[in-house]
Design a protein around this ligand. Structure first.
Ligand SMILES: [Fe+2]
Length: 297
């Protein structure tokens, strides 16, 4: 029987990072990427917004670079206490927190294997500071790729508990899942460490790639890979690193998923019709054939 697409969450809203170099990292995200500083926490945390939500990136002072937490918005009909009870029944520990961070009154924090803290909430403040016209100036936070030493358990949680839809895999390394129309909202990277592999901002349009790369280069930041088109998900993507070495993707033209048909909206650059979820084992990362030194690991 066909799977019913009914995920408990509908969007990724924020990624939070521990950083040992708060001032430099803040400078990258505020002046380089072009985010707004909206709030500060009691322990020196900085909350940064692309233009609408209270925060899309949170920077936490820490001894080393690491994932602090990742925030997903639950569908309105999902009640927090019930969600926590269901997660615990699924074998995941967590707690209900109130006023634990600015902008999010109540949330459930779940502890996934591999030291992965995921936060789920119904509402986030939307001060709408506006989109800035300096820096990379992205449009939205689109997806997060997390490397995890217990990758199978994490994919099981997203697929079987949260109801995400599997949309592609690229070798055994990258595993793509979505909870909305985007080809992927999460990418679970089965690897030897627990860390961000990368997270991704969608740009306003494809010409923005050149402007973003020019701007970053002027600030001394080099491109690690691309911009070029990926085969899996067909996003036009470029990668650079923040001052802590965390990889950031800037992308446009990502495949649009149609869950009712288990396929992606057809595009002129697709290799297959219909384009359906597949295993891209053995393929290259670059649809245009260029070989970059960085292998995106
Ligand atoms: Fe990505």
């Amino acid at each position: 029987m066909r799977k019913i697409f009914n995920p408990k969450v509908f969007q990724l809203v924020y990624v939070s990072l521990f950083t040992p170099d708060l001032a430099r990292v803040q400078d990258h995200y505020v002046e380089g990427i072009g985010l707004n500083l909206t709030d500060k926490g009691d322990k020196g945390e900085l909350y940064l917004s692309i233009g609408y939500d209270h925060h899309n990136v949170a920077l936490h002072p820490g001894s080393e670079s690491a994932i602090a937490n990742i925030g997903f918005q639950l569908k309105p009909e999902i009640e927090l206490a019930e969600f926590l009870k269901d997660a615990e029944a699924f074998g995941i520990r967590g707690q209900l927190k109130t006023d634990s961070q600015p902008g999010v009154r109540s949330l459930v924090e779940l502890e996934l294997p591999g030291n992965l803290n995921l936060q789920f909430y119904n509402d986030i403040a939307t001060p709408a500071p506006g989109f800035r016209d300096v820096g990379v100036a992205p449009m939205r936070l689109g997806h997060v790729a997390m490397m995890n030493t217990s990758g199978d358990k994490v994919t099981e949680f997203f697929e079987d508990f949260l109801g995400f839809w599997f949309t592609d895999k690229f070798t055994d390394f990258f595993n793509f899942y979505t909870c909305n129309k985007d080809h992927h909202v999460i990418n679970i990277v089965k690897g030897p460490e627990n860390r961000y592999h990368h997270f991704a901002f969608e740009l306003r349009g494809s010409p923005s790639h050149a402007m973003a790369a020019d701007w970053l280069r002027r600030r001394g930041v080099k491109q690690e890979w691309g911009p070029a088109r990926h085969p899996a998900s067909h996003n036009y993507a470029g990668y650079h690193r923040d001052p802590d070495g965390v990889m950031i993707e800037l992308y446009t033209e990502m495949d649009v998923f149609i869950p009712e048909l288990n396929m992606f909206e057809p595009r002129p650059w697709h290799e297959f019709f219909p384009m359906v979820p597949r295993d891209w084992a053995g393929g290259d990362l670059n649809a245009w054939g260029a070989e970059f030194t960085c292998k995106l690991e």
